[in-house]
Write a protein that binds this ligand. Structure first.
Ligand code: MN
Ligand code: MN
Length: 155
């Protein structure tokens, strides 16, 4: 109701299409804790393009992705829910779920405006994990040894 009037999409942090192993996993992606007010052209543009890029990697190359996503900033509210100003995602590209993170591990980090004034190409929003850490105040990948974090978070 409130979402429909607001002009924002019900954006999924974890996309429903990434949790298709069973119906319980899939239904969890529709909980409101996984949903935020997302600008339609972001949700259906670069955010979706990056989701599809990741899914293609998994299905075509049989690799595993470790994905962390979040939001920060504040550009108003929908009901009692804050509309974030920015949406970000960090993806580690691994050979398998058991693969160890090394200095050579490929990292994809993006930080996009939660706005309809947005490029469709997600590559336009690539950044470093370090910059997302500064913006959010989080220490991402904190289980990874410090030397390896320093290496993969800065590029
Ligand atoms: Mn860092
Ligand atoms: Mn870190």
């Amino acid at each position: 109701g409130e979402y429909r009037r607001s002009g924002y999409d019900r954006g999924h942090m974890v996309p429903s299409g990434d949790r298709t192993a069973n119906s319980r996993d899939n239904s969890l992606t529709f909980l409101m804790t996984n949903i935020f007010p997302q600008a339609p052209d972001n949700n259906r543009g670069p955010w979706k393009e990056l989701e599809e890029y990741g899914r293609d990697l998994v299905y075509q190359q049989g690799i595993a992705l470790y994905v962390i996503a979040g939001v920060y900033g504040d550009k108003g509210t929908v009901g009692k829910v804050t509309v974030p100003g920015r949406v970000w995602k960090v993806i580690l590209v691994l050979d398998s779920p058991e693969d160890e993170v090394t200095r050579g591990t490929e990292v994809i980090a993006v930080d996009m405006p939660n706005s309809d004034r947005i490029e469709s190409d997600w590559q336009a929003y690539r950044t470093t994990v370090d910059r997302i850490e500064v913006a959010t105040g989080y220490d991402l990948l904190s289980d990874v040894p410090d030397g390896i974090q320093a290496a993969i978070e800065s590029r």
